[in-house]
Design a binder for this molecule. Structure first.
Ligand code: NAD
Length: 487
């Protein structure tokens, strides 16, 4: 197979911190190179923030909580948040290019999902914040009790690399809606769109100090999570990082929101509509190179349709074009980094050692150009196999047959993870009965990744703490004071 290159016309950027409304460099002078995973070319340099930069950012955020931002009428704050969404859409092409260069994902996907939905996050919360209601109770003729919402304060937003701008804005928009100020740290692997975002926020009218950005590695994130003057941390990333953050945040009792890893089941009953199943399972397995926390990488198929499913699924997956993210035909781009590519390859090797039967893939591509892995479908692994149990976060799925509802439910729930699941059946009663028993924060019936931003998003068990979306986000990013007025 040949890799044909389609040129990206957008200039790449060096990534500086943004503190108190100014782009600044690290006092230490430390930087690292940002690598394009699709070509291995250097995209630019990224500043590494230390404790000093984090401290300056927290001080700026603390100061900005008062003053113009603190006293801004709700209507004006909502207009600014809406304007951020508008400006993201105006720069959609540029942002999608940068996201694609940073992540290796297809440009069409970056446009359609990452950037469009990032804008939507601001538009949604700009409206939602103006309709939020507070509780009030009349206690006979004795008293009226009512609650008042206030910002939590300075919030640290720490983000991963798979949907960089989408997930960052999923936290930033409600944080601003709640009146907070923030210190953000994007993933070191994908720093570019966050750097453009702060410029957009300034243009939209966000006062200096409200939004601060510090680039860097895990240590930079740790400087935020252990800072005594940060009130809350909203984190999306690996479960093990969540554990470290919880420990770091404990001495200062920060409020925490965690969206962590997953190993999500995709359960296909024999009565399902197989056309729909194949079309959606292709996406839930391989979209974004399988680098979506919600990907259904554990596929369970009822035995009556197991062979037919495999024939059709393998056939359809064979047609997915792997290659240049700027080629409009590409469905699977490059893995995000060399480190992650090596991790996924190591799981493919584990599956081979465990006796897996590779119906498709299992190989790397264009090794001299970038970090590409073929869509990989594995059968023949036991329920104890590491590839069935551990999060691979790549274009690798395992398929297992099952006979009964009870049997598959046990396998589905036999995991520390509990993020999401998909269930395929045309039997409504079974859909309701089975979904309610799955230990996951989100269950899709006859679909996958269908979102309404008002619904609770998040995981149980080791997949997260708390929920985001609609009122759940507003609850996290605000504190309630109950006032009792004696009559
Ligand atoms: P990661 O945990 O390695 O890194 C996430 C962020 O945390 C990065 O910005 C990183 O620099 C920072 N970080 C690392 N160590 C830190 C520390 N000790 N203290 C503070 N910050 C620290 O995760 P990743 O590899 O970037 O992302 C992939 C993971 O994210 C997968 O496990 C995936 O399932 C998960 N994820 C979950 C969701 C969800 O909604 N549940 C969404 C997307 C991704």
């Amino acid at each position: 197979m040949q890799l044909t290159r389609h040129n990206s016309k957008v200039k790449t950027i060096d990534c500086s911190h943004y503190i108190n409304g100014e782009f600044v460099q690290s006092k230490s002078g430390e930087t690292f190179e940002n690598i394009n995973p699709a070509t291995k070319a250097v995209l630019g340099t990224v500043q590494i923030g230390g404790k000093e930069e984090v401290d300056l950012a927290v001080k700026a955020a603390r100061k900005a909580l008062k003053g113009e931002w603190g006293s801004m009428p709700l209507k004006k704050r909502s207009q600014i948040i809406r304007k951020i969404g508008d400006l993201i859409l105006e720069r959609l092409d540029e942002l999608a290019h940068l996201e694609s260069l940073d992540t290796g994902k297809p440009i069409w996907l970056a446009k359609k999902v990452d950037i469009d939905r990032a804008a939507n996050n601001f538009h949604f919360f700009a409206d939602y914040m103006t309709t939020t209601t507070n509780e009030s109770y009349q206690q006979d003729d004795i008293a009226i009790h009512y609650s008042v919402r206030k910002p939590v304060g300075v919030v640290g937003l720490i983000n991963p690399w798979n949907l960089p701008l989408l997930l960052l804005t999923w936290k930033l928009a409600p944080a601003l809606a709640g009146g907070n100020t923030v210190v953000m740290k994007p993933s070191e692997v994908t720093p570019m769109t966050a750097t453009v975002l702060v410029e957009i926020c300034k243009e939209a009218g966000v006062p200096d100090g409200v939004i601060n950005l510090v680039h860097g590695l895990g240590e930079t994130g740790a400087a935020i999570t252990s800072h005594e003057d940060v009130d809350a941390i909203a984190f999306t990333g690996e479960t093990t990082t969540g554990t470290a953050i919880m420990k770091a945040a404990a001495p200062t009792l920060k409020k925490l929101s965690f969206e962590l890893g997953g190993k999500n089941p995709n359960i296909i009953f024999a009565d399902a509509d197989l056309d729909d199943v194949i079309e959606t399972t292709l996406k839930s397995s391989f979209i974004n190179q399988g680098e979506v926390c919600l990907c259904g990488s554990r596929i369970y198929v009822q035995r009556q349709i197991y062979d037919e499913f495999l024939d059709r699924f393998v056939d359809a997956a064979k047609k997915l074009k792997v290659g240049d993210p700027f080629d409009p035909e590409t469905k699977v781009g490059a893995m995000v980094s060399e480190e992650h590519y090596n991790k996924v390859v190591s799981y493919i090797n584990i599956a081979k050692e465990e006796g897996g039967n590779f119906l498709l893939g299992g190989k790397t591509l264009f090794e001299d150009k970038g970090f590409y892995i073929e869509p990989t479908i594995i059968t023949g692994l036991g329920t104890d196999s590491r590839c069935v149990r551990e999060e691979i976060f790549g274009p690798v799925v395992t398929v297992l047959p099952f006979d009964t509802e009870e049997e598959v439910l046990e396998q589905v729930n036999d995991t520390h993870y509990g993020l999401s699941a998909s269930v395929w059946t045309t039997d409504v009663k079974r859909a309701a009965r089975f979904s309610a028993q799955i230990e996951a924060g989100m269950v899709w019936v006859n679909t996958w990744f269908l979102r309404d931003l008002r619904t609770p998003f998040g995981g149980m068990k080791h997949s997260g703490i708390g929920r985001e979306g609609g009122t759940h986000s507003i609850d996290f990013y605000t504190e309630l004071t109950n006032v009792t007025l004696k009559l």
